[in-house]
Design a protein around this ligand. Structure first.
Ligand code: ADP
Ligand code: ASP
Ligand code: MG
Length: 401
């Protein structure tokens, strides 16, 4: 007898048949004597459709209203799943984020979970009900609905698991676990039995969509063991935890991120404080800067290039332009056709030649590297977007074939 949190993504609840399939997984778990809290995403492409509807009415609609709109998708799926569970003869109760006790920061569209007051969830469990919670949403201090950013239901599940001290947090999706690369793009990608929080966090942050990076961050913080598994095939998935028993793999995966833009500021004065002034202005507007490269220019000038998420590029350029107006002679060049390809692996700390092997694979595939960034457990390169899939295949082949 245990306490289990199970999360199902959009494709797992895309239609009536899939919702019934989820109801069977959940009730089977319950029948084995477990208490079950289920977190669900909106059905199929519902969230994308809602965003499109909002933009159609007003492309610059306020973030508050966009959250109100987007959160509606999950309201549909929780009620449908609760009714599906009832149809199988079990008691279920659906709860919106606020009913489940999700208290968040006030940033619409990217709210952070401050606390989960799990009293209601516990009361419902106490009555032996299966609790079905809407993912990706909570309530801020103004009593407004907030959402957590795309893919945020994974974080809802981990937050509940931490708050009720669940024995397991299972993330059901449309693939059988975490692979060495996106299995839909790389057919010979290998399913991992286990992966550490640190490696999974890097992979998720660098573009492996299978888990939301914030969920992994939270799982590590509260020591919640996660399992990623398929809702369509019943077999063990991938366990995400602190330390893995298998010997450190050299590389645990290859990831691709195309939500990237490169901004180059060319010909700025070669004097102290320029980088500080530029990047502090971006930070003040919550714009995350990723890879940074500074190079020597001509005539006592330097060039600074950096990457930002493509959806914040326009805002970043406006901020830099405003700053550059006070510094004459420079020019801004933007490239929206780049991609970041990365390898992640705890084993690279203790092995020489990993970077060389990655670069050799790119050279063999005739892919030019624009920028490079490294840390103890990852190497990222910025390349032309149209080469990204080819680059992932070449790098994956070099390390795993
Ligand atoms: P859900 O709707 O269940 O949240 P997502 O679409 O967010 O599912 O995530 C699952 C998808 O992540 C898979 O269909 C797969 O294409 C993609 N993916 C990317 N990288 C990986 C990886 N390394 N391992 C497994 N899946 C990956
Ligand atoms: N429905 C939301 C999205 O599509 C949250 C999620 O699926 O995790 O991003
Ligand atoms: Mg997801």
């Amino acid at each position: 007898m245990g306490l289990i949190v199970q999360k199902f993504g959009g494709s797992s609840v895309a239609n009536a048949e899939r919702v019934m399939n989820v109801a069977r997984i959940v009730t089977d778990t319950y029948k084995q004597g477990n208490d079950v809290v289920v977190v669900v995403s909106a059905q199929g492409d519902t969230t994308d459709d809602l965003i499109a509807k909002g933009r159609e009415i007003n492309p610059k609609g306020s973030k508050r209203e966009m959250d109100m709109l987007m959160s509606a998708g999950e309201q549909i799926s929780i009620s449908l799943l609760a009714m599906a569970i009832e149809s199988l003869g079990f008691h279920a109760v659906s709860l919106l984020g606020w009913q489940a006790g999700f208290e968040t920061s006030s940033v619409y569209g990217a709210a952070r979970i401050k606390r989960v007051n799990a009293d209601r969830i516990k009361t419902e469990i106490g009555q032996r009900k299966i609790v079905v919670v809407a993912g990706f949403q909570g309530l801020n201090r103004y009593d407004d609905i907030t959402t957590f950013g795309r893919g945020g239901s994974d974080t809802s599940a981990v937050a509940i698991a931490a708050a009720i001290n669940a024995d397991r947090c299972q993330i059901f999706t449309d693939v059988e676990g975490v692979y060495t690369a996106d299995p839909r793009k790389i057919p010979n990608a290998v399913k991992l039995e286990e992966i550490t929080y640190d490696e999974m966090l890097e992979l998720a942050t660098l573009g492996a969509q299978v888990l939301n990076n914030r969920s992994v961050e939270m799982a590590k913080k509260y020591n919640v063991e996660m399992e990623v598994l398929s809702s369509l095939v019943r077999k063990p998935g991938t366990i995400v935890k602190e330390a893995v028993k298998v010997e450190k793999m050299l590389i645990s995966g290859v990831a691709k991120d195309t939500n990237v833009s490169r901004i180059s500021v060319i010909g700025v004065a070669d004097e102290p404080g320029i980088a500080f002034k530029m990047f502090s202005r971006l930070a003040a507007k919550n714009i995350n800067v990723d890879i940074i490269l500074q190079s020597v220019g001509r005539d006592q000038t330097k060039d600074i290039s950096f990457t930002v998420a493509r959806d914040s590029c326009e805002e970043a350029v406006a901020i830099i332009k405003q700053f550059m107006d006070s510094v004459s002679g420079s020019e801004i060049v933007v490239d929206n056709t780049v991609a970041k390809v990365s390898i992640v692996g705890a084993g690279m700390e203790s092995h020489a030649g990993v970077a060389a092997k990655m670069f050799e694979a790119l050279y063999s595939a005739a892919v030019n590297i624009q920028m490079i960034a490294t840390s103890e457990i990852k190497i990222s390169v910025l390349i032309e977007e149209s080469y990204a899939d080819k680059a992932v295949a070449a790098i994956h082949g070099a390390f795993f074939d």
